[in-house]
Design a protein around this ligand. Structure first.
Ligand SMILES: [Zn+2]
Length: 125
């Protein structure tokens, strides 16, 4: 994993899979609107029926929980450390969460993410 800076927040990016790890509190930092951030975090529900591969937390190495974000379909599932170390987003999921919650009124984060990942996507295609 490499460290990237996104809107003054240091995020961990996996160059192999395109996933992103946010330490506890970093998602809140990225969401400039505090009230919307709280609503988003309140919408997290543990999914006990998911068949997605279980991931391990990069900090404590324990199996993480699958978390359903909000109510919208298709279901967005992210991974959350049971101890609260942080959140894991598979490739594209962090863009998804910003889109769905309409958190980023001026699209600042979306643009940064697009810039950050456009190079890797070009290589893939
Ligand atoms: Zn952990």
């Amino acid at each position: 994993m490499i460290t990237l800076e996104l809107a003054d927040v240091e995020i961990d990016y996996c160059t192999d899979c395109g996933g992103i790890w946010l330490d506890a509190g970093e998602l809140e930092l990225l969401l400039s609107d505090r009230e919307k951030a709280r609503q988003l975090l309140d919408s997290f529900k543990v999914d006990k029926t998911s068949t997605e591969n279980v991931r391990k937390c990069p900090i404590c190495d324990k199996k993480m929980r699958k978390i359903i974000v909000g109510e919208s379909k298709p279901t967005l599932l992210i991974d959350k450390c049971r101890r609260g170390d942080g959140l894991w987003f598979d490739r594209g999921e962090i863009q998804d969460i910003f889109n769905r919650a309409k958190l980023d009124r001026d699209n600042k984060i979306q643009k940064l993410l697009a810039d950050m990942f456009s190079h890797g996507q070009e290589k893939q295609n």
